[in-house]
Design a protein around this ligand. Sequence first.
Ligand SMILES: C[S@@+](CC[C@H](N)C(=O)[O-])C[C@H]1O[C@@H](n2cnc3c(N)ncnc32)[C@H](O)[C@@H]1O
Length: 466
Amino acid sequence: MSKKKKFILENILIESYAAEGKCIARQNEKVIFVEGVVPGDVATLFVHKNKKDWAEAKVNAITTLSKNRVTPFCDYFGVCGGCKWQMLPYELQLSYKEQQVKDQLRRIGRVEAEESLPIKGCNETSLYRNKLEFTFSNKQYIAPEDLKEGTSFDKNVLGFHAPRLFDKVIDIEFCHLQNEPTNAIRNFIRAYALEHGLTFHDIRNHTGLLRNLIIRLSSLGEVMVNLVFGENNETLIQQVMKAVLEKFPAITSLNYTINLKLNDTIYDQEVICYAGKEFISEKLEDFQFKISPKSFFQTNTRQAEELYRIVRQFADCKGHEILYDLYCGTGSIGIFLSKNVQKIIGVETVEDAIKNAEENAAFNHLENTHFFAGDVIKICNQDFFIKNGHPDIVIIDPPRAGCHEKLIHKLLELKVPRIVYVSCNPATQARDLALLSAQYTVTKSQAVDMFPHTHHVENVVQLNLK
Ligand SMILES: C[S@@+](CC[C@H](N)C(=O)[O-])C[C@H]1O[C@@H](n2cnc3c(N)ncnc32)[C@H](O)[C@@H]1O
């Protein structure tokens, strides 16, 4: 292959799937990672990174489409960053995800599970999200092929950010990710705002009344809306909220937030309940969860239940165990397993999440759960384990970066009999398993698909002390 840094390659067959949405092609034994294609496509590639053993390329054109492709179901496919794998049949998406997990455990972790269970796919591959967040913007996204001389980006729109364009938003009329009344609520608010001349957020100048819209639905039929304003105009805010409530009396928790900061996060802002309850309720098996506007909750409710069932199977509790739920978020895994053990100890860095965990434990009348706010590295020291009891089972569910090495060394030192490692990033999980495999056997592994039509995959691993 050329020694140049940047060049074009023609007629290249995309051979297989790699990870993170990237596929693999080969040229004279060199591996080329390519985004935006599927195995079986033949493409013209623009190589923009050329290293000794590998290269990275962008697609200039797909000259022959893979016979595995199917017709995407969404009008915004190719534009919106949401469901990028719609061109693949769901069964094939699952097999690529399953293969990716196995490859990464083998390649990065140098481990192979004694038993690899088949990936757990979703029964519902659309309308599966319980939460969506939309952005108001005074700048619309226009696809490059639709750009003509004189086309203006100035338009008040409400939808999703265009990938890699922080100031342009795709105006969404219908999204397949969440059930109704989500589309109806979003479209009503946009129409109301346009009719009444309300201003939409201008991200560059930090002006505009309407900023974000967050909608959450629960499987119990409850609906939460949080409308985020970028200006504090009490009269206009009250008028919009009144109009939304009159149009959608079925909203069970109607809230608004005034966010005058430069960034969109509302976690440090007060959420004001305009009508209804301050939370919605969700149910996983027999456990009820209170979800307030700022709470974290797994976004695919039915699949979260499946994930937690796998965690429970892998934990294989007999009833007497002290179980630590590390990186516990709002405590949902611990609560889900609470009936199977003697005691649950949850640790999470976000204080509000721990408050939610405690509320949820009380909501379910649990007396064997104890939650602690703080960094696992600081909290989980010798004293902590002496005080709360030697762990029989530890569940770890860290963020994408994986576990801190210090925590892994602590678990090795404690010789915890069983660890169940839940991960949303099999690459960092594999890295951590490489360290744990010094003293642990990877007995089971099962991938779970929480997000159909995306390349994201969750993986659960059971480790037993050798
Ligand atoms: C993948 S989420 C786990 C969610 C939870 N197990 C559930 O199923 O809802 C990872 C969690 O780890 C927390 N976290 C990140 N770094 C942490 C740390 N150093 N110590 C404790 N918690 C941490 C995050 O705030 C987040 O809630």
